[in-house]
Design a binder for this molecule. Structure first.
Ligand SMILES: [Fe+2]
Ligand SMILES: [Fe+2]
Length: 198
């Protein structure tokens, strides 16, 4: 199976490898985990302002991620895998994370509650990511969803949103893909061997 689409127009231009949708979303998950870990590791030594900036960054990334999942990925998956219960659970988990993000916005970063809200958000996201990667994604991998087309669509929507918010757009290059394809192979194996089935 070929998981990547390369548009190498000529030898002179660098090849762009578009991510399949699973690779794109998984990369977002790793990014959020890294930001939460950074917060946890530095919270005792950074200023309230730095805490606020870090929290703003992770919440912004999560909101963009949830928006593209809800707007494009979940509807496509819902049609393809026909598991409404799973999709509603995922949507509920998003709503709960959004509530925590709203609550976080009402607390000053020098309030001890700020750290505990971030920790709760990290826990909730961790649980949600595990559900997606171990249950939902394996089902998507064996469905008839066009992973590359959907990946392109999500990347475009994500970059439109990032541009509107003044954030740098994301480019995907060969080296990124080679790292992600390992997860993809693992997930395919899980799906085919019946692991991750509900
Ligand atoms: Fe996700
Ligand atoms: Fe999600």
């Amino acid at each position: 199976m070929n998981f990547a689409h390369t548009n190498a127009a000529s030898d002179a231009s660098p090849a762009v490898v578009y991510p399949d949708v699973i690779a794109l979303l998984s990369a977002d998950h790793r990014k959020a985990e890294a930001l939460f870990a950074q917060y946890e590791q530095t919270k005792e030594s950074i200023t309230p302002h730095q805490k606020f900036e870090l929290a703003k960054k992770v919440c912004g990334e999560l909101l963009i991620h949830m928006a593209i999942e809800e707007g494009i990925f979940y509807p496509a998956v819902r049609r393809a895998i026909r598991d409404d219960e799973l999709m509603e659970e995922a949507q509920d988990e998003h709503e709960s994370a959004k509530q925590l993000i709203i609550q976080l916005g009402e607390i000053q970063p020098d309030d001890p509650l700020f750290d505990s809200k971030i920790a709760s958000l990290a826990d909730q996201i961790d649980h949600h990511v595990q559900d997606e990667e171990s249950v939902m994604f394996p089902k998507v991998l064996v469905s008839d969803v066009d992973l590359i087309e959907l990946g392109k669509e999500l990347l475009e929507a994500k970059n439109n949103m990032r541009t509107r918010l003044g954030l740098p757009v994301e480019q995907v290059a060969d080296e990124d893909f080679s790292q992600r394809s390992f997860y993809f192979a693992e997930a395919s194996h899980s799906a085919e061997s019946g692991m991750g089935q509900r």
